[in-house]
Design a protein around this ligand. Sequence first.
Ligand SMILES: Nc1ncnc2c1ncn2[C@@H]1O[C@H](COP(=O)(O)OP(=O)(O)O)[C@@H](O)[C@H]1O
Ligand SMILES: [Mg+2]
Length: 339
Amino acid sequence: MIELQEINKVYRTNKSSVSAVDDVSLHIKKGEIYGIVGYSGAGKSTLLRCINLLERPTSGDVFIDNTNITTLPTKELRKARQSIGMIFQGFHLVSSKTAAENIAFSLKVAGVPIPKRNERVKELLELVGLADKADHYPTQLSGGQMQRVSIARALANNPKVLLSDEATSALDPSTTKSILELLKKINKELGVTIVLITHEMEVVKDICHRCAVMQDGKIVEEGKTYDVFANPQNDLTKKFIDTVLQFTIPKELLDACTGTIIKLQFQGMIANESIVSDMLQAYPVSGNILHGKVEYIRDEPLGIFIMELTGDKKHVDDAISYLEKRMEQVEVIQHGSTH
Ligand SMILES: Nc1ncnc2c1ncn2[C@@H]1O[C@H](COP(=O)(O)OP(=O)(O)O)[C@@H](O)[C@H]1O
Ligand SMILES: [Mg+2]
């Protein structure tokens, strides 16, 4: 659906040059929600803007549905752009126009006749849950409502792709959730492919099927969101995931523990609880749960247990080997101090 091939973007000023996007190749599949996460300055906005050529890559090709849009003449590029909607952190609404007029404007630009425009605006306002706000001006709307208007505007001409540049970053957590739910609904019901960039891993966790982590213009890790969360490879990815999962045990607590501390991770919770109790029955060790939590990555559960095992060193080692045989991930965080 979207194929980025060896995209580079260099910004040159008199004295220096910045490599904002550095040799990025990505394939985004039709119908998926794809997240790109990274700190400020990583090159996310530049990369996103290369997808609709708001920013011309210094080199590289952008294919949308197998058409290389970097080679299209202006008129055809304008047409291709209509199949790509975009939303922003700052909404970019026209303050002198009502919600309905803001949405109607993109239909006007696309040459849709007035009666059809009005009908479509009504449909779109309903889709985003703002049927009663048609005549409100942006200043009369909340942040979440403004973002809904801008989503309706972006969808006006039935795009195949929606690009989202930090669309929820200016919103409070509960409004963020409701906008993410709306994006999920648009993806599911209208089949719109969504590429979103964010500095919040929480957003990726809630709605992205797949994701990439970006640093210094490069993609440093990429994969199915669940796999990235369950088994991150890159240090930056781990840091982002920690902001969501927060399984760090306070140092004071670790210092007070004399046993071996292990972290168990599994897909789902219930089935695996029996593995832990089987282990405690099979080996003469005792287990003390320090932390237990199930996180949902989109809709799939990821369970994490942190426990302290105490007992004879050999028995503790045997118990850990037993767990390793039966579970996906067992990690010793701290070895016991008394043995
Ligand atoms: N128009 C521009 N001119 C010069 N440098 C730019 C321009 N836009 C972005 N940059 C630089 O490119 C890098 C990536 O920026 P950006 O894509 O906005 O990152 P992000 O969206 O991840 O915060 C930064 O170092 C930024 O300063
Ligand atoms: Mg940005």
